[in-house]
Design a protein around this ligand. Sequence first.
Ligand code: PLP
Ligand code: SF4
Length: 471
Amino acid sequence: MTATTPTPLIELGTKPSGIVPLKPPVDPATLRHKNFIDAPDWRRIPAYADVTEEQFLDHKWQSKKSITRPDKLLDALRSLVSEEFIRDATEGFQRAPMSLRVSPYMLSLIDWNDPYDDPLRIQFIPLASRLLPDHPKLGLDSLHERADAPVPGLTHRYPDKALFLPLDTCPVYCRFCTRSYAVGIDTEEVEKTHFRVDEARWKQAFEYIASRPELEDIVVSGGDAYNLRPEQITLILTTLLEMPNIQRIRVATKGPAVMPQKILTDDEWVDAVTRGVDLGRKLHKEVVLHTHFNNPNEITGITRDAMNRLFERGITIRNQSVLQRGVNDTPETMKLLVKRLGQIHVHPYYVYVHDLVQGVEDLRTTLETGLMLEKHVRGTTAGFNTPTFVVDAPGGGGKRDAHSYEFYDRETGISIYQAPSVKPGQRYIYFDPIDLLPPEGQARWADPSQHQVMIDDALSRVREPGRGRPD
Ligand SMILES: *Cc1c(COP(=O)(O)O)cnc(C)c1O
Ligand code: SF4
């Protein structure tokens, strides 16, 4: 017997008959998440005026032409932006503690008619005029990744999962990187701990993972797995998958957001990931990709083609965004991002309230903003496509549901979390950026003698677990 394809019950395009719609027709504007550009117009950038489509779609060209020196970047932009912008960015780079790397694709996605407010510019190019003083309570490695690291580059904080950092380079460098203590090239501002690709260090990390039966979930991050060679991906995945204790592996990369071309043209890399996923499936273990889109403008037709290629191979992709001022801090933008991720089969997993990171106070926003956004996002789409808004508790408490604070004072911007299954009995404090506090709160932070008073006051108002919240 041969299987026949049944004829679909309806013909698309015919008007429903005999149905009285309960809802009015939707405003086409609400379907904006489905309309995204096929590709950015790279030819608007003088340096790429003669670049062919074939070149632009080739990941090797994108990598080779990625810009790593501020003066080169500004040269490429000179005819597109004002002198004032160039001066502002030049000074921004002098003061910024991050390494620079931007791809031609990303530069083409930025709206150079509005460079001050473009969400991609904000993430990758610092402007001195926008920088704000760091919060007085900020410390480098605010998440204490190193304090929870039994082996350099392996953080074991939660009971059953660990974070493995096999390398310290990325296809781009983000201004706001939480791991700015480790990734990239040294700058004058930050002395870094390096996690070079080093198989002796990897071996130590693997030996530790294999020796801990409670570990079942490994996050392979970095740096960024985009920069691992195919054979390194295979080595990492097969080594971990062989361990009887390991059930789940996530490979983290910002690549799809900043250079989707690689998924379409680097067959060896995509095949190595696919083989890892397939081997995992055979062993009844999960291997997935985690990526990092922050703004709906980062999703183009190239992204869609790239994600469809992974989707066809049965590869699950989840997204972790960082909540950033001017990038995704309005309900409209956050909802558009979430809905657009749904169009490319990427599951929104987390939105992080911005960590306390050096030199990017202008990017952080308040916990209150995160709570407000969550309320708006929930209900717009499938629950499994609705991200959880989390605060990665400074000091090593791990990720907490943003709403689960024990105490939150919107005037001082101090919120307190507990993590009973991670570090019982400890309290973790998050601080909103001072410039967004009401004037009374700003005045108290302007007076150093008030700092500890505010913190002690907040701590004293945390009740015992299970007794409700006092705010
Ligand atoms: C984020 C993170 C994980 C993974 O946490 P999930 O909440 O499962 O995504 C594991 N280890 C460390 C140190 C982390 O920071
Ligand atoms: S790609 Fe990820 S690890 Fe690399 S700089 Fe950006 S945020 Fe940091």
